[in-house]
Design a protein around this ligand. Structure first.
Ligand SMILES: [Zn+2]
Length: 440
């Protein structure tokens, strides 16, 4: 009997034990589920709370360290968008490099350098996100949000970009400081007058590097040119058996002797379009041919090539071809040569000052268009037929051309050009070599 009772009691006890442990297990699982749900809710809330960050929105009145950090990342990332050294130099190197302007540019560089401190990126990179008052889940969530921002993802590249920008700024500052400390040049009316070739070369390199197109010249060249000017020689035909106005046709042997003289005596023949920088070369001279006669192609061109002399030919666009004038093929061949620059001599060689404005415009515009199509090159210079021009002609020439050639006698000072009435010196058939030498 007693044994039975024991067994029953034992059974009841063990059943209740099992039941109890099962109930406890269920209770625990329930609790865990609740916690998981709670955590999910916290994570969802956290994501929502810091959603502004991934939308790149600044949090007004940040209330904790994380919000402050997120704001900082957004500000830095927005700043990086404006990093562009090419446009910085383009916008800031527009002034002459005199001391006052250099000082101003250096100040701008200093301000720019302060805007992009590298150590702020270091701080961002090493930012620790942990807040003891918050659970691990929350901190982990915040950290994963933090890393999702584009700027943080590309932080290494952003750092490099900024480093490169700062390096470029620093180099520019060093270059400018060098020029500021130099006593070897001065700037007057946009012209850089250099005391020696060393500073001239440094300014030229700087001008090329930053695409500035500075007008740089040696001081003594300026004086030399001011005294002497640049001669622009005006030829027409180079022909032994002349026709028409015979004095306009120089004999072939005479022309050869004249070109040899220029060659042997250190003259630098340049294109008319290069006259502004004539002071950069020694003994500049400009050779021009009006009308585009066939004999310029057959007789003058070989001599120009023989002495490596640059020349300019002014074509009457409506008179190309035939026996007297160059044809399109001749013109194309000459325009391909590095020794020849083609310019316009209008469409039909009328005295421009006698025309109305519409006619003038047609003569200037249409001839340019035709010649540009034939040569594939920009036509920037016009020679006024018979030297006829007035204010209206100049006003219209300014619309289409960079320079206008007159027949007013004289030389041109490249530092003070008569841009649309460049003076010239005629070379006539009856000049001997001594007369020629005395012309300029
Ligand atoms: Zn002419």
């Amino acid at each position: 009997m007693k044994k039975k009772v024991f067994i029953i009691v034992g059974l009841i006890l063990s059943l209740s034990l099992i039941g109890g442990s099962l109930a406890y297990k269920a209770y625990k699982e329930n609790k865990k589920l609740k916690e998981e749900k709670k955590t999910a809710q916290i994570i969802a809330n956290t994501k929502k709370e810091y959603g502004f960050y991934l939308k790149n929105e600044i949090k007004e009145n940040p209330t904790n360290k994380t919000e402050k950090l997120f704001n900082e990342v957004i500000l830095e990332s927005n700043k990086n968008n404006s990093i562009d050294f090419a446009s910085f130099s383009k916008n800031n190197l527009v002034k002459d490099l005199n001391n006052a302007n250099i000082e101003e540019i250096i100040n701008t560089i200093n301000l720019e350098e302060e805007k992009y401190p590298l150590n702020s990126l270091e701080e961002i990179a090493s930012a620790q996100i942990s807040n003891n008052s918050q659970s691990n889940d929350v901190n982990k969530t915040i950290l994963s949000i933090y890393k999702k921002h584009k700027f943080i993802k590309n932080l290494e590249q952003e750092k490099q970009k900024r480093q490169e920008y700062l390096n470029n700024l620093n180099t520019l500052k060093e270059e400018l400081t060098y020029f500021r400390n130099s006593q070897d040049y001065s700037v007057k009316d946009g012209i850089y007058l250099c005391k020696n070739e060393d500073i001239q070369n440094k300014l030229k390199d700087f001008s090329t590097k930053y695409n500035l197109n500075l007008n740089i010249t040696l001081e003594n060249t300026k004086i030399e040119i001011k005294d002497r000017g640049v001669p622009i020689l005006c030829y027409h035909g180079i022909l032994d058996e002349p026709w028409g106005q015979t004095n306009l046709f120089v004999k072939v042997a005479d022309f050869d002797a004249q070109m040899q003289y220029l060659h042997d005596n250190g003259y630098t023949p340049i294109f008319a379009s290069e006259i502004k920088t004539a002071s950069n070369v020694s003994k500049p001279i400009i050779i021009t041919f009006d009308d585009g006669y066939k004999d310029v192609y057959t007789n003058a061109f070989p001599i120009l090539k023989k002495y490596n002399i640059k020349a300019n030919i002014y074509m009457i666009s409506g008179w190309i071809g035939g026996d007297v004038y160059m044809n399109e093929q001749d013109l194309k061949e000459m325009s391909q040569s590095p020794l020849i620059e083609v310019g316009s001599h209008t469409v039909s060689h009328k005295a421009l000052a006698t025309l109305d404005e519409n006619q003038i415009e047609t003569e200037l515009k249409d001839s340019q268009k035709t010649l540009q199509e034939m040569t594939g090159k920009k036509i920037d210079v016009i020679a006024y037929p018979t030297g006829s021009f007035d204010e209206r002609v100049v006003a219209i020439a300014q619309k289409y051309y960079k320079y206008g050639l007159s027949t007013i006698k004289g030389k041109e000072n490249p530092l003070n050009l008569n841009t649309y009435s460049l003076r010239r010196i005629y070379v006539y058939r009856n000049y001997n070599l001594n007369t020629f030498k005395g012309l300029f």
